[in-house]
Design a binder for this molecule. Structure first.
Ligand SMILES: Cc1cc2nc3c(=O)[nH]c(=O)nc-3n(C[C@H](O)[C@H](O)[C@H](O)COP(=O)(O)O)c2cc1C
Length: 206
């Protein structure tokens, strides 16, 4: 999936997400925030200037968010994003109310919308994680030109002796049966079993 497709699922189909910000003491704080728009330039959400959420964003303009959809764990997908945000003022506020008509029930009059401002998450990285299929599927993505830092397990071909130690402990079967073995990152749970089991220390975490 492209980043744009993933962000569209996040904004339209999940919509209500949990945001983490950092407070003045450097401690994490979470709150529930709706994603109002998504486009090629990122994700958009709004808040009111009186909220402590607003103050946290202005003081430390970095968020991590997660959202999920599905009836239960094995029918769910989750999308997480972390990155930089900036306040774009009241730009796109009318469009947000147009595309999210329920907002007019919460803020019914133009006067009641006075304190609202829009934020854009414009640069960052994220992960799409699908537990509705087995083996689970995961895909990392970036937005706004962020360079993806790979966090994955891999097998150094020159140290692989072709035993079955890693294969036998892998819960998803994402390790190839040919030698040297290779890990299919899109189905790897990052459990670390292969790293512990490998007798030649061929498995590395990057
Ligand atoms: C379903 C749902 C969606 C919400 N969406 C937003 C939102 O988009 N923007 C917002 O400022 N608050 C939203 N809220 C309210 C915030 O979660 C709440 O104001 C927040 O916890 C306040 O945080 P603060 O006291 O740290 O400012 C939503 C609440 C719920 C239950």
């Amino acid at each position: 999936m492209t980043t744009a497709e993933i962000l569209t699922v996040l904004q339209r189909e999940i919509h209500t997400t949990v945001f983490a910000t950092v407070d003045d003491d450097g401690l994490p704080q979470t709150c529930v925030i709706d994603l109002m728009l998504a486009d090629d330039h990122g994700l958009y959400f709004l808040t009111a200037k009186g909220k402590s959420f607003y103050r946290r964003l202005m003081a430390k303009p970095f968020v991590a968010l997660s959202g999920t959809k599905g009836a239960d764990t094995l029918s769910s997908i989750a999308i997480s994003v972390r990155g930089r945000v900036r306040c774009i003022g009241r730009e796109r506020l009318d469009e947000i109310f147009e595309k999210n008509p329920y907002m007019a029930k919460i803020y019914p009059t133009p006067e009641s919308r006075e304190a609202l401002v829009v934020f854009q998450l414009f640069q960052g990285e994220g992960e799409y994680f699908d537990l509705s299929r087995l083996p689970p599927f995961r895909q990392r993505f970036s937005l706004g030109g962020e360079v993806l830092q790979e966090h994955a397990y891999r097998i150094a071909a020159e140290r692989c002796i072709g035993c079955t130690s890693c294969l036998s402990v892998c819960p998803t079967g994402c390790i190839s049966s040919i030698t040297p073995r290779a890990i299919d990152a899109s189905h790897c749970l990052h459990c670390g079993n292969c790293l512990s089991a490998c007798p030649t220390h061929a498995v590395e975490r990057t």
